[in-house]
Design a protein around this ligand. Sequence first.
Ligand SMILES: [Zn+2]
Length: 413
Amino acid sequence: MNAQPSSHVDAARLQRRHQALAAIGATAAGGVDRQALSAGDAQAMALLVQWGRERNFTAALDAVGNLFLRRPGSQPQQPAVLSGSHLDTQPGGGRFDGSYGVLAALEALEALEDAGLPCRRGIELVAWMNEEGSRFAPGMMGSAVLSGGRTLAETLAVADAAGVTVERALQQVKQALPPLDDRPFGTPVHAYVEAHIEQGPVLEQVGIPLGVVSGIQGKHTFRVEVRGEAAHAGTAPRRQRRDALLAATAMVQAMSAEFQDEADLTKFTVGRFTVFPNAPSVVPRQVSFSIDLRHPDSAVLRAASARVAAICAAARGPCEVQVERLVAADAVTFDAEIRARIHTAAERLGVTRLDLPSLAGHDAGLVSQVAPSGMIFIPCHLGITHHEQESAEMEHMVTGARVLADVLYGLAR
Ligand SMILES: [Zn+2]
């Protein structure tokens, strides 16, 4: 068998780096608060650049703040292989979401160096700007701009709650970093592989250390406005009322019943529900609510999504209803060859694995629009994530990094 970089993955080094990164923005309860383009995010980026430079990897930043560390290939004109994730966290986030994929990619690059294995293609580690979307909304900004889903101008103009724009925050981040190369948009990418904690309980429950991600479930969102008429809660006869709340709750119940399936794959959530005037003795004249509808199969999702307006209309009673679809992100199916490469690399290492869809969104879903992409999952304790108690086993982190290293080598050699 040919030499593989997996045998040079260094568990102690990975653990040291994991601890050093988790210390930046560490919270008292053991989590991390390192929101996009914050001082902590800049510090994490600077540390990554320092680790890369210690191995002679070149560092570059693109105009939206995605950070790249490049291990050059022998044929620089060949598009590079990309791997990474994100350094930003939710305000009360954990130590693994995002940072694991960045560190696994770095470990893979270092293992290739230690093994002395040259590659035809360069391999680039990428830390995507603002995956989480908590400080600047929406999330996955960096990968959206790189893959052409959003423009640079509209992204730089987004402001946080304090009125600070992405553009301004990015300038501050750059001041905290050493001078870096510019990486132009449109730089071709040969393939992208992202390692991540599952953020769900499946792998842990079945006792399998590695997930080969089949794709990312699609998500459609809506805003529903129900209009009735305000009236006195004591004097208005009930038969004559146009109660927007009763109509809205009937719609929610009807959709909840309709969007169910045996395998529990259809996810239907009403997370925001606003009543006007929201006064105890006034019949509600208006209700606004949100719908978040998800499914791993685009055809099923689109069919369910297409029924939302009709179900709401059928349940409106004497009120009026307006349904607006805000997001229609279809499901992503990852590249078959990348998935096969992950299976093959794991097989060679004797690692059991499970094919499973990702129920959370990831940068890889957007990157898949411009390059063949795939993802590797490792188990996440109890599926707890976006939470300070988020946790993963070092043993699984090492297994994921070993598989990733061999997959990247196979794509780049
Ligand atoms: Zn993440």
